[in-house]
Design a protein around this ligand. Structure first.
Ligand SMILES: Nc1ncnc2c1ncn2[C@@H]1O[C@H](COP(=O)(O)OP(=O)(O)O)[C@@H](O)[C@H]1O
Ligand SMILES: Cc1cn([C@H]2C[C@H](O)[C@@H](COP(=O)(O)OP(=O)(O)O)O2)c(=O)[nH]c1=O
Length: 213
């Protein structure tokens, strides 16, 4: 962690496109960390505080009015500022392990690569909202888009983001992989196409490596 008043906790984020197994593996990660005797805070983005959850609702459910992409970007970062102030930073300062289901890499993947918004603008917002704070470890569940879509279809749910075109999700996947290449120290790519037991074995190895440092 590079922020000036370095906290003692650890900040772990879980990322990936739709249907990659994020929910399934988040539960696994939380259990694994608790079994290590760690004090764990499970949270998510957009959301994680009452206000940020209201913003999440605006982002995901607005059938009556199209959401402007720039408005979407600003709402995502507004929710993040609130989440950092209310949950992430206090928990890290208290020495806890914060596990967030998505964080800023999702903005680079969805709003940046997916919607084509300016990466420079994203970096400016990232600096404004986070200063130097970055995740210590980011697990990226990577899966071919068609496989993720097939899993989501089986699950039978859909929201606004999941109704996007296939091409959009190809750009999201490529955006995530580009982030992983740009930040190899904190990213670990998990092959989410494997059977669940193998996915979880790979995740456990990554956590072993992270906590042995
Ligand atoms: N490795 C896996 N192999 C096959 N199916 C999986 C695997 N991981 C998750 N699934 C299934 O795929 C669906 C989507 O998983 P979920 O964890 O809800 O994904 P996400 O939260 O990323 O959308 C669920 O029905 C889940 O049981
Ligand atoms: C954090 C974040 C999420 N999102 C999107 C990705 C998801 O489609 C949606 C909600 O995330 P999530 O709860 O992970 O949904 P799901 O489990 O259906 O994948 O928000 C962004 O577009 N930008 C962001 O910065």
């Amino acid at each position: 962690m590079t922020e000036q008043h370095k906290q003692t906790g650890s900040f772990i984020t879980l990322e990936g496109g739709e249907g990659v197994g994020k929910s399934t593996n988040l539960a696994f990660i939380i259990d694994d960390l608790k079994n290590r005797g760690l004090s764990v805070v499970k949270t998510r983005e957009p959301g994680g505080t009452p206000i940020a959850e209201q913003v999440r609702d605006l982002l995901l459910h607005h059938a009556d009015e199209a959401l402007d992409p720039t408005a979407e970007l600003l709402l995502v970062f507004a929710a993040r500022a609130q989440h950092l102030a209310q949950v992430i930073k206090p928990s890290l300062y208290a020495g806890k392990v914060v596990v967030s289901d998505r964080f800023t890499d999702a903005s680079f993947a969805y709003q940046g690569a997916g919607r084509g918004l300016s990466i420079t603008v994203l970096e400016t917002l990232e600096k404004l909202v986070q200063q130097a704070l970055q995740p210590d470890l980011t697990l990226l569940l990577d899966l071919p888009v068609a496989d993720g879509m097939a899993r989501v279809a089986k699950r039978g749910q859909s929201d606004r983001f999941e109704q996007q075109q296939h091409d959009f999700f190809e750009r999201v996947r490529a955006g995530y992989l580009a982030r992983a290449r740009a930040f190899p120290d904190r990213f670990r790519i998990i092959d989410a196409a494997q059977p669940l037991v193998d996915v979880q074995q790979q995740i456990r190895q990554v956590l072993d490596e992270f906590f042995s440092k």
